[in-house]
Design a protein around this ligand. Sequence first.
Ligand code: FES
Length: 174
Amino acid sequence: MMVSELMKVEDDKARASLPEAIVRYIESVRSCEHGESYLIAVLHKVQEHFGYLDMRQMSAVSQLMQIPSAKVTGVASFYHFFTFVPRGKHKLAICLGTACFVKGAGQVLDKIKELLRVDVGHTTKDQLFSLDVARCVGACALAPVLIVDEKVYANVKPDDVARILEEYGFAAKK
Ligand code: FES
């Protein structure tokens, strides 16, 4: 097989690993003068679609953008907003900044962990929730603050947690 044929096979394989819209986006930026500078934007789109990054997707990005795979994985590992583990449908982030912590965010976190049986940095078995902590999110007057996806919940008490989670499909085991 000639090199050009081999590259086409690899390209086709890479295309099949990514959604068409992302392939099209890569094709549009690849011809730009500094195509490599779009790597983070591309990885964002991949993570947005799949919920996380895995080796198959990253090597597809490497192939289609013609960037060494070590560089793609290096960039993905460097930035904390990229994750290599599947994330839940809904992202919970409890603020553990000083104001929130002083007002009881630790107890709210304990309640979330107890109800969902999940640790910080992990996803529930049903893939419904991922749990993370945040540093001050700039809403100290509302402390303690819980963020679910884009929505901010203020003055959250441990007793509020079940009700909030129910809005996102959590069903408490009776
Ligand atoms: S400490 Fe939580 S919002 Fe500032």
